[in-house]
Design a protein around this ligand. Structure first.
Ligand code: FPP
Length: 238
């Protein structure tokens, strides 16, 4: 007689900071013979669902990759489409206010349209007192660009070479004051970091899956979180 081996129960340990690369929107649309814009629209719905879910289950920080420093190479119409999705999201201020989510943008704002920059500042100011999820949207973000930006700050401040420490650099990143991401999720079957949080992710756990971002659901996040709970994090110790 065979008995099913009982799974060892694992105590749920939640990551403090989840970072997600929202990848696979284009392929999701292509599979359905839809334009890529439909993929981004669906991806943005998933983004809202997952942000709400993270807030509900008590995740403290979530960082999503919405637009990279390399994404400007895409056709202008697609860039405009992603920026318009962002505009719509930021104009719907009531929805994230109701949810007690604190919004922050990371990345280089300089090349963004003026109205978007204003909406970003307003959303950040309006949600500053929120005590729920701290949601970072990485927009025109690149990890190398972020480090260059930090080094420029250090030089401008006249900090001496021998005084430069890891903390001095960390404090000049866009994520200054926040804990490093301890869990990085990339769906869509790609196994790359793509210039995402490259300094901050030094000790992160990674989770990859073939699911395309628009199909990613809270159930998938639960599966990922279960895997996270099982991992034994030693930070270089034994
Ligand atoms: C990557 O998939 C996705 C992007 C570059 C855009 C992601 C943006 C959104 C989901 C909208 C975010 C909106 C807000 C409000 C944060 P891809 O297009 O590279 O997919 P593919 O690899 O299948 O082509």
């Amino acid at each position: 007689m065979f008995f099913k081996k009982k799974e060892k129960s694992v105590q749920r340990v939640l990551p403090e900071h989840i970072a997600i690369i929202m990848d696979g929107n284009g392929r999701w649309a292509k599979k359905r013979s839809l334009p890529r814009t439909a993929g981004h629209a669906a991806g943005s719905k998933t983004f809202k669902t997952i942000a709400r879910y993270c807030n509900k289950i008590g995740i403290k920080y979530l960082t999503v990759y919405a637009f990279s420093t390399e994404n400007w190479k895409r056709p202008q119409a697609e860039v405009n489409n992603i920026m318009n999705i962002l505009r719509d999201y930021l104009k719907d201020t009531d929805s994230f206010k109701d949810e007690n989510i604190r919004l922050e943008f990371i990345g280089d704002r300089a090349p963004l349209a003026d109205d978007i920059k204003e909406l970003m500042l307003k959303a950040e100011a309006d949600s500053q007192g929120a005590t729920g999820l701290h949601l970072n949207i990485a927009l025109n973000y690149g990890g190398r660009d972020e480090i260059v930006h930090a080094v420029r700050e250090i030089v401008k401040e006249g900090i001496k070479a021998e005084d430069v420490t890891e903390q001095i650099i960390t404090d000049r990143l866009y994520t200054a004051g926040q804990p490093d991401p301890d869990f990085i999720i990339r769906p869509s079957g790609e196994y790359r970091l793509s210039n995402y949080l490259i300094w901050q992710s030094a000790y992160a756990e990674y989770w990859f899956s073939d699911i395309l971002w628009p199909d990613f659901s809270p159930k998938d996040l639960d599966r990922a979180l279960e895997d996270f709970s099982r991992r034994n994090r030693r930070f270089g110790g034994v």
